[in-house]
Design a protein around this ligand. Structure first.
Ligand code: AMP
Ligand code: MN
Ligand code: MN
Ligand code: MN
Length: 293
């Protein structure tokens, strides 16, 4: 594929996770899976981390798969966690790398506290247990706790762990201060990239809070909204497609794939973006890494 055929591209998958954050596959395995699944443009978007970018890009290009750099940054907004996907930035940018490292910095103490909370309800050894599932010691996440709790027989699947133990008010939930919206956007924009609000339906915001998020995001130069994602129902995709038009946001599309055993939506298997929306990748033409030849 060459840049002039970008308009015909529909199967972009611009959101997924590797072992460098809370996915279960290596960046190279994801590149191969994306290619096999018919993905035409791919981005690996590990949580708060760009350590897998070089590997993902090299593996994608070796497969003949165009690549955009990516990350998914955890942000605290209105007392909740919002995820911002950054795309098409320079993954070696020192301020971005330092900002993400600082964002990761609180994860270990938080995880120790999560272990203490679980111990209080009789679940011992969760911190040490979760650590065994971690691919990147700086990125211990709730997902790793969930996998350990399932394998140790405390719950039957990952969603049950989140419901019973890892969401607000539950014994293993520890609130955390992540990046600010303003900082997260600035890191990506100053590294040459574009930002997207990930899975907007997932936050449980009131319409007023959502309006505040979209407005503040736009005021800080944010340009994209994830409309079609593995985290949205068809009705939610329609709703956020309409909101993208209302706000003048570019639309993004990504499976949020984490694992062949856990994820309902595989790489490259989402519905297309509704036709009237402007795909985020057309604004990122200059940032796409194309295979040679
Ligand atoms: P953390 O960044 O440590 O707070 O972990 C957040 C991660 O947990 C998300 O990126 C998802 O991969 C996963 N997650 C959050 N909520 C759920 C849920 N209800 N069921 C399954 N996985 C979830
Ligand atoms: Mn995750
Ligand atoms: Mn997310
Ligand atoms: Mn994600």
């Amino acid at each position: 594929m060459n840049p002039t055929t970008l308009h015909a591209l529909s199967n972009a998958d611009l959101h997924c996770h590797s072992k460098v954050s809370d996915g279960t596959l290596e960046p190279e395995e994801l590149a191969a899976r994306a290619k096999a699944q018919g993905v035409e443009l791919w981005a690996l978007t590990d949580h708060d981390e760009v350590g897998g970018q070089q590997r993902a890009m090299e593996a994608a290009l070796a497969q003949g798969l165009p690549y955009l750099t990516g990350t998914e940054i955890s942000v605290t907004f209105a007392g909740k966690v919002v995820h911002i996907v950054g795309l098409g930035f320079d993954h070696t940018d020192p301020a971005l790398v330092a900002g993400l490292r600082a964002t990761r910095g609180g994860r270990e103490p938080r995880a120790r506290e999560m272990g203490e909370g679980l111990a209080q309800v009789g679940i011992k050894g969760a911190f040490e247990g979760a650590l065994k599932y971690v691919g990147n010691p700086e990125l211990i996440s709730r997902t790793h706790f969930a996998r350990w709790l399932v394998d140790a027989g405390h719950c039957s699947d990952v969603p049950e762990v989140f419901r019973r133990f890892l969401t607000e008010g539950k014994p293993g939930f520890v609130p955390h201060r992540w990046a600010t919206l303003r900082d997260a956007l600035r890191w990506v924009h100053e590294a040459g990239g574009l930002t997207v609000i990930a899975h907007p339906a997932r936050y449980g915001f009131t319409p007023t809070e959502e309006y505040a998020l979209f407005t503040e995001f736009q005021a800080h130069g944010g340009r994209g909204l994830e409309v079609v994602t593995g985290s949205h129902t068809a009705a939610e995709a329609v709703k956020y497609g309409d909101m993208a038009l209302e706000f003048g946001f570019l639309a993004s599309r990504g499976s949020d794939f984490h694992s062949p055993d856990e994820s309902h939506t595989d790489l490259g298997s989402l519905p297309n973006l509704p036709g009237q929306l402007s795909p985020v990748w057309l604004a990122l033409q200059d940032r796409i890494h194309f295979p040679r030849g």
